[in-house]
Design a protein around this ligand. Structure first.
Ligand code: NAD
Ligand code: UDP
Length: 342
């Protein structure tokens, strides 16, 4: 692996003055699935964008088109190891953290450090720069919820010592740090609790359910449903989510609590499997595999706050989003020539 994708040109204060009308956003985790969509959107909105990413689950090719843009820079860096010196920015988005259970469980201690030490490093940077800072939190903070759907006021039901805890508790601790920095230093923070999101640029080996099912179906393999498949999730299409990020970041003031962002349409995993088989015309069978430990039985966001305060709600239905995501994987894996595309 090369050290840097592109060398950051650190500017002196006076050089930065020449660009003072353009805001600079720093995106930690910008080479990942959601991060690359966010960078694309920020460049479209006129920002200078600097990515920090250790390429654990992110890919250079997610950034290929962006690297041609003179307003885009990417630095290969792990946010656990402090931050490169001299970074200047107006806004920070913290998306750095593996999000798929097999990836975040592969090195649980590093996952926890990423959420806690990484967030701490970025919060200090925000303080030094007087920058607004966004945290990608998660519906996992609700654990295996007893309240359904989940409003932001629900404190959750999370196991502190199970295999998912490194992610869930890391994200919960990060929320604590964000709100303590806001109370202590008056930092302008935005914390989004993101519910299961899918779409273009998920990795074929990501391990999350939507990409697993689509890739299995396109390859003519059986779809692996964990447990009975009666557990539920609510799936949001990436474009809808990124619009929610931008609206939350641009809201006039710091909301008093984290904000749920997700699509409230709830499906069982069996329903999802059936939809994927339909959309891919696959001959695949559905097979059952053991349910992972602490797998939440139900999940559905209450998005009343985002609707009322950000004027945001998802527009893309699961059927529309799946059709687009199937096209994406079909092109990626088979140049659009799978049995489905043929
Ligand atoms: P992803 O795994 O595709 O992206 C994570 C990115 O962070 C990758 O580019 C990875 O290389 C980078 N990264 C990981 N650890 C790092 C570190 N220590 N230093 C620097 N970079 C690091 O996942 P995603 O789906 O794009 O998720 C982005 C963020 O949103 C994550 O923080 C995740 O927890 C959160 N989130 C996502 C979902 C979802 O459904 N997609 C749901 C809830 C929360
Ligand atoms: N799942 C499944 N088959 C797979 C991958 C996941 O049945 O190949 C299930 C998983 O057990 C969970 C749901 O799908 O109940 C969503 O899993 P994912 O890893 O996508 O997200 P999370 O569990 O973090 O919500």
């Amino acid at each position: 692996m090369g050290k840097l994708v592109k060398v950051l040109k650190l500017e002196s204060g006076s050089q930065r003055g020449a660009n003072q009308n353009r805001s600079r956003a720093l995106v930690a985790g910008g080479a990942g699935f959601l991060g690359s969509h966010l960078c694309e959107r920020l460049l479209r909105d006129g920002y200078e964008v600097v990515v920090l990413d250790n390429f654990h689950t992110g890919k250079r090719y997610n950034l290929n088109a962006l690297l041609r843009n003179p307003r885009f820079t990417c630095i290969e860096h792990d946010i656990v190891d402090g931050l490169p010196s001299g970074l200047q920015c107006d806004e920070i988005y913290n998306l750095a953290c593996p999000a798929s259970p097999p990836h975040y469980q592969a090195d649980p201690i590093h996952t926890f450090k990423t959420s806690v030490l990484g967030s701490l490093n970025l919060l200090e940077l925000a303080r030094q720069n007087k920058a607004k800072i966004f945290q990608a939190s998660t519906s996992e903070v609700y654990g295996d919820p007893f309240v359904h759907p989940q409003p932001e006021s629900y404190f959750g039901n999370v196991n502190t010592h199970g295999p998912r805890s490194c992610y869930d508790e890391g994200k919960r601790s990060a929320e604590t740090l964000f709100f303590d920095y806001s109370r202590t230093y008056g930092l302008d923070i935005r914390v989004a609790r993101i519910f299961n999101t899918y779409g273009r640029r998920m990795q074929p080996d990501d391990g999350r359910v939507v990409s697993n099912f689509i890739v299995q179906a396109l390859r003519g393999k059986d779809l692996t449903v964990y447990g009975s498949g009666l557990q539920t999730r609510s799936f949001c299409y990436a474009d809808d989510l990124i619009e929610g990020f931008i609206r939350l970041m641009n809201a006039p003031s710091t909301p008093a609590h984290p904000v749920n962002l997700g699509n409230p349409a709830e499906f069982t995993i069996m329903e999802l499997a059936t939809l994927v088989v339909d959309y891919t015309n696959a001959r695949s069978k559905i097979v059952h595999r053991p349910l992972p430990v602490d797998d939440p039985r139900q999940r559905k966001p209450d998005i009343s706050f985002a609707k009322a305060n950000l004027g945001w709600e998802p527009k893309v239905s699961l059927r529309q989003g799946l059709a687009r995501t199937v096209e994406y994987f079909d092109t990626l894996l088979y140049g659009g020539q799978s049995a489905k595309g043929a």
